[in-house]
Structure formats: C-alpha cells, structure tokens
Design a protein around this ligand. Structure first.
Ligand code: NAG
Length: 99
C-alpha cells in the first residue's frame, strides 16, 4: 500500500471509531460480589461518551458500585470523611466496564 494512502486511512478509521456507539453494561446498583441488584441493562455510548464503572468505598471497604454510559469520565477519587469514589472509564471494547 502506498504511503499516501496510509494517513487518510488512519484518520478515517479513527473517525469511524469515534462515531461508533459502544455497548456498555448498565446497572444502578452492583453489590460487593459484583452482582447487579437493580436496573440491569445495557446502554450505547453517544458522541464522546464512554463506559464507566464506579465503586464507592466506605471506611476502606467497598460498599457498592454502578455502571453505565457517561460523558463525564475523568478517572477520579473523591473523598469525604469516610467515603471514596473510584470512577473508571473505558472505550476500548464493548462491555469493558465490568465491575
Ligand atoms: C450480591 O447479590 C447476590 C445476588 O442477589 C447474592 O447472592 C450475594 O450474596 C450478594 N453479595 C453480597 C456481598 O451481599
């Protein structure tokens, strides 16, 4: 393949990747065993959304979690006195936001 074709191809494939919706696991509440206890379904990312998995820790032990699609997706840990939230995002494969 000619070099002059390679760059447009890379640009095109990354553009398609961006536009392509990704299927994510969705769950309102995941218990500490990783079992979805309410609101289990799937969601499709739109635009710049990614799959996320959020884990909430209380007093250093995991308390519960949730999963879904979100455009607010910076990895973060928020601390209030005894609570930490661990938010992780991914967009590399479908259903990548396993608990
Ligand atoms: C999580 O939910 C599953 C199914 O309801 C249950 O079997 C399991 O014991 C639960 N785990 C905890 C830690 O509550």
């Amino acid at each position: 393949m000619g070099k002059h074709l390679l760059l447009p191809l890379i640009i095109l494939s990354s553009l398609l990747g961006f536009l392509q919706a990704l299927t994510c696991l969705k769950c309102d509440r995941v218990n500490t065993s990783g079992v979805c206890q309410s609101g289990a379904s799937f969601c499709q990312t739109k635009g710049s959304q990614q799959c996320y998995v959020r884990k909430v820790y209380e007093d250093d032990t995991i308390s519960y979690g949730s999963q879904g699609c979100s455009s607010i997706c910076t990895d973060m840990l928020l601390f209030s006195p005894n609570v930490a939230v661990d938010l992780k995002c991914c967009d590399d494969s479908p259903l990548c936001n396993k608990f």
